[in-house]
Design a protein around this ligand. Structure first.
Ligand code: GLP
Length: 240
């Protein structure tokens, strides 16, 4: 794992954006695996600015997202599809037809998982961006998820519901289920870019980088991947 420790969140976003920019410059039709959450927002902002300046283009890029809440769709402001449009897709030149997320409103969720899994198999990620849950989750793969998992419906842990409730009016509004890319599908990416900031991520960062490889800390599986770059701020790196 290559570890880059940054002074602060802005620097972390800059480092992340430089990595994605160089991937797009070398391969304009790259498959970008994208993440939601507060962590990559700064990086997406910088990528949108670079695109507006004409330095990069997403016109031929294809994107796959990690996850979506069950029951939420484009019209819901808390949905991940809404998040992606607001923070990246609507600000760059990516054709919407090239962007993919699991459909949290699918009537048949099992069929939706099979559809998304089959889609992922046809477009392995050139890079997968990951945030980190404070319990070590990646995507919405909670502790205990088998490393060979493929896209499935997950029941979120109380810890994750509590962490994510800050983005909802009240905790009861947080969906308790999500469709998430499985761990084996994350590991299929040629390159992985993990970003984490803040003290509340320090324990999970330690588990990911230096801990035992165990399903109890899903991010620890990344130690088995040949090309992982971890971009952290000082607080997230404080236990390393
Ligand atoms: C959610 C998402 C993850 C994300 C994590 C961390 O649970 N499903 O993909 O990495 O939260 O979020 P944040 O970046 O807001 O700390």
């Amino acid at each position: 794992m290559q570890i880059i420790v940054c002074e602060n969140y802005d620097q972390m976003s800059f480092q992340g954006a430089e990595i994605i920019k160089s991937i797009l410059l070398h391969n304009p039709s790259a498959v970008l695996g994208l993440a939601t959450g507060s962590t990559p927002i700064g990086m997406y902002g910088l990528l949108a600015e670079a695109c507006a300046r004409g330095e990069i283009s997403f016109a031929a890029a294809r994107t796959v997202n990690l996850d979506e809440y069950v029951g939420l769709g484009e019209k819901d402001s808390q949905s991940y599809v809404h998040f992606m449009r607001e923070n990246l897709f609507d600000k760059v030149d990516v054709p919407m037809a090239n962007t993919h997320l699991p459909n949290g409103k699918a009537a048949d969720l099992a069929a939706e998982c099979a559809r998304y899994s089959a889609l992922l198999a046809t477009m392995p990620q050139d890079v997968q961006v990951l945030g980190l849950g404070s319990n070590g989750h990646i995507g919405f793969n909670e502790p205990g998820t088998p490393f060979d998992s493929t896209t499935y419906v997950v029941r979120l842990t109380e810890n994750t519901i509590r962490d994510n409730s800050r983005l909802f009016e009240k905790i009861e509004d947080v969906p308790v289920r999500a469709v998430t890319m499985g761990i084996s599908e994350i590991m299929r990416a040629k390159r992985i870019l993990v970003m984490a900031s803040g003290k509340n991520k320090a324990k999970a960062v330690f588990g990911m980088v230096k801990g035992k490889i165990t399903e109890d800390c899903p991010a620890s599986v990344l130690q088995r991947h040949a090309d992982v770059t971890v971009v952290l701020d000082k607080d997230a790196a404080s236990l390393l």
